[in-house]
Write a protein that binds this ligand. Sequence first.
Ligand code: HEC
Length: 203
Amino acid sequence: MRRTCRALTLAALVVAAVGERDVSSAPTAAQSAPGGTAPLPERFGLGRPATPDEIRRLDIDVTPDGHGLPDGRGSVAEGAALYAAKCAACHGRQGEGATSDRLVATDAGRDFAFGRDPSLARAIGNYWPYATTLFDYVARSMPLAQPGSLTPNEVYGVVAFLLAQNRIVAGDAVIDRTVLPKIVMPARDRFVPDNRTGGAAIR
Ligand code: HEC
């Protein structure tokens, strides 16, 4: 889950548009007082507001409670086929890891000693607190060379397969936007909000 990119500030999104520049408000040398103390112009004349369609294509984040999950559904069997074709080369046939991260760990009951023992492998089954993050991550960033290329049904299927491999759902499970947020991950209660006041839960 390292480097999961999220929380785009969509309100601040601008798209550079050569040719649509409003040069009239651009700063000029004449506006700058010696020492650079002149107030900045309200606008620099760069970019244009993003269109609703551009925002829709980027606004794909899924929150832990499932907000943002699209319609669609996928089964473990469908996911297994997609995984073999598009993921196994890097992550191993069963998710055991190959050139890239291991995706399966079924030792969640053991001591959560990752901080003390860096050799322990963190994976979906023993470390990820929310199943919904799996949808978010895969939809936005996998397969590595074609991020964003999978349909919602394909992502639901491969998520179902990975959850089954981690022994979190049954082999005949079908995952959709209603089912996914209700899945309790083995490591969910290992993470607590840190309000900086300390307490028994914060180590
Ligand atoms: C070309 C190799 C490649 C392919 C193909 C690929 N991945 Fe990955 N995957 C990676 C790499 C590299 C990372 C680590 C990325 C990082 O740390 O930023 C990763 C990370 C992940 C993670 C996060 C693992 C963790 O616990 O941090 C998941 C989940 C994942 N991939 C799922 C998939 C799925 C599902 C597919 C197929 C749809 C897929 N990957 C295809 C290379 C690949």
